[in-house]
Design a protein around this ligand. Structure first.
Ligand code: KG4
Ligand code: ZN
Length: 347
C-alpha cells in the first residue's frame, strides 16, 4: 500500500510517499525559514499562503522521485493538528481535495505521533514498549509507548518547550531566527564554567520540566555583561559562546536526568527521541551515554518537521479502521487524546 503524507502544521511543507512493503520511497521538503527570518518568527498568514503555493509542486516532485503516478496512491495521510490553524487548513484541504479526486481515503494524523514514530524510519528500529521523548519547538514531553496508538503522557514542560527556550535564548543573544541549531554549534566554541545557570525542576519528584526561568537567567546575565563591559547591544563573541555552552549544559542535564527517571519509573530500557531538538549533538551524546539503555533517534534529516513521518504514521493506521474523511483541523490537540478516538472526525 502506498501512502502519501502531507505535513503543513507550521513553517515546513513536507510531502512523502511511504510504501508498506518497500519503506520510504521519496520525500520532499520546503522550509519557510528564510521567509520568516526577517520577522524574527513565524508569521502564520504568510505560512498558510506559502503552504498553498508549495503543496502541488512538491507532491508532483515527490511522485516523480518515487517513480510513481498519482493514481498509484492508496491513501493520503495529513497532519490534522496540533499547529497553526491556517497552515493546517492548507494541508488538510489539499489532502482532502486530492483524495476526493483520486477516490482514496484520507488518514488524519497527529503531528506528535508522527514525530514519535519517526525513529521507526531509521535503520535501527526500536521494539515496543519504549519511553518517547518529544523535544520540539512546541513540546517537551515524555510518553510511555506500548504500541502504535497506545501513548501515556508521563511528564512535560510546564512552560516553554526546550526548542522554544533555545530559540528565545538565541534571539536575545542576537542570533538569527530560528537560532536553536546555531546556538548549539556555538556551544563548541564556548568555555566551560564561565557562567552558572539554574537547572529548573531538576529535583522535582515528577517528570515535569521548566525552561522559561533558564531563559530569564540568560537575559539577566546578558544585561549584566552589557552594563559591565559597555559593549552596547552586542555581547562579545567569546562571552556569547560561553553563555551558549552553559545554557545547553543546563537543558541537556535536566532532560537527561528526567529521561533516566522516566525509564526507571516505567521499567523500560528503550528510549526513543524525536522532534527538532533531537538533532542536538550534546543531547544525543548525553542520552546515548545512559547506562543499560538503548537510545534511538530518527535520521537527522527526519528530526525536524517532514512529510515522511506523517506518511509513516498514516501507514501504521491504514489497517486499523481509523482512516476516515476529515476536513476539520485541531490546532490544540493533546497527544493522549488520540487513543481510540484519533480519527473520529465527528468530534
Ligand atoms: O520538531 P520541529 O521541527 O518543529 C516543531 O516544533 O514541531 O522542531 C523545531 C525546533 C526549533 O525550536 C529549533 O530551534 C529546534 O527544534 N532545533 C534545535 C536544533 N535543531 C533544531 N535545538 C537545539 N539544537 C539543535 N541542533
Ligand atoms: Zn514538529
Amino acid at each position: 500500500m502506498l501512502v502519501l503524507g502531507i505535513e503543513s502544521s507550521c513553517d515546513e511543507t513536507g510531502v512523502a510517499l511511504y510504501d508498506t512493503e518497500a519503506g520510504l520511497l521519496a520525500h520532499q521538503l520546503h522550509t519557510q525559514i528564510a521567509m520568516h527570518a526577517q520577522y524574527g518568527g513565524v508569521v502564520p498568514e504568510l505560512a498558510s499562503r506559502d503552504h498553498i503555493r508549495r503543496l502541488t509542486p512538491l507532491t508532483l516532485a515527490c511522485v516523480q522521485e518515487a517513480g510513481k503516478t498519482l493514481t498509484d496512491i492508496d491513501a493520503i495521510a495529513f497532519t490534522q493538528g496540533p499547529g497553526l490553524g491556517g497552515a493546517l487548513l492548507a494541508g488538510t484541504s489539499f489532502a482532502n481535495a486530492l483524495a476526493f479526486a483520486l477516490k482514496k481515503p484520507v488518514i488524519p494524523v497527529h503531528h506528535l505521533e508522527g514525530h514519535l514514530l519517526s525513529p521507526l524510519l531509521g535503520e535501527q528500529k526500536p521494539a515496543f514498549p519504549f519511553v518517547a521523548l518529544l523535544v520540539s519547538g512546541g513540546h517537551t514531553q515524555f510518553m510511555a509507548v506500548k504500541g502504535i496508538g497506545d501513548y501515556v503522557l508521563l511528564g512535560e514542560s510546564v512552560d516553554d518547550a526546550a526548542g522554544e527556550a533555545f530559540d528565545k535564548t538565541a534571539k536575545l543573544l542576537g542570533l538569527p531566527y530560528p537560532g536553536g541549531a546555531k546556538l548549539a554549534e556555538l556551544v563548541r566554541l564556548g568555555r566551560e564554567g564561565q557562567f552558572h545557570f539554574p537547572r529548573p525542576m531538576l529535583h522535582s519528584a515528577d517528570l515535569n520540566m521548566s525552561f522559561s526561568g533558564l531563559k530569564t537567567a540568560v537575559l539577566t546575565a546578558v544585561n549584566h555583561i552589557k552594563t559591565q563591559t559597555g559593549c552596547g547591544d552586542v555581547v562579545p563573541d567569546q562571552i556569547r559562546n560561553d553563555i551558549c555552552r552553559e545554557f545547553q549544559n543546563a537543558v541537556v542535564e535536566v532532560i537527561s536526568h528526567k529521561a533516566t527517571r522516566a525509564l526507571a519509573q516505567t521499567g523500560y530500557n528503550r528510549l526513543v527521541v524525536a522532534g527538532g531538538v533531537g538533532a542536538n549533538w550534546q543531547l544525543r551524546q548525553a542520552l546515548n551515554a545512559l547506562k543499560g539503555i538503548e537510545t534511538f533517534f530518527p535520521p537527522v534529516s527526519l528530526c525536524t518537521d517532514n512529510g515522511a513521518m506523517i506518511a509513516f504514521a498514516g501507514a501504521m493506521h491504514l489497517t486499523d479502521g481509523k482512516a476516515a474523511g476529515g476536513f476539520n483541523v485541531k490546532p490544540r490537540w493533546p497527544l493522549n487524546e488520540i487513543v481510540g478516538s484519533a480519527r473520529n472526525t465527528a468530534d
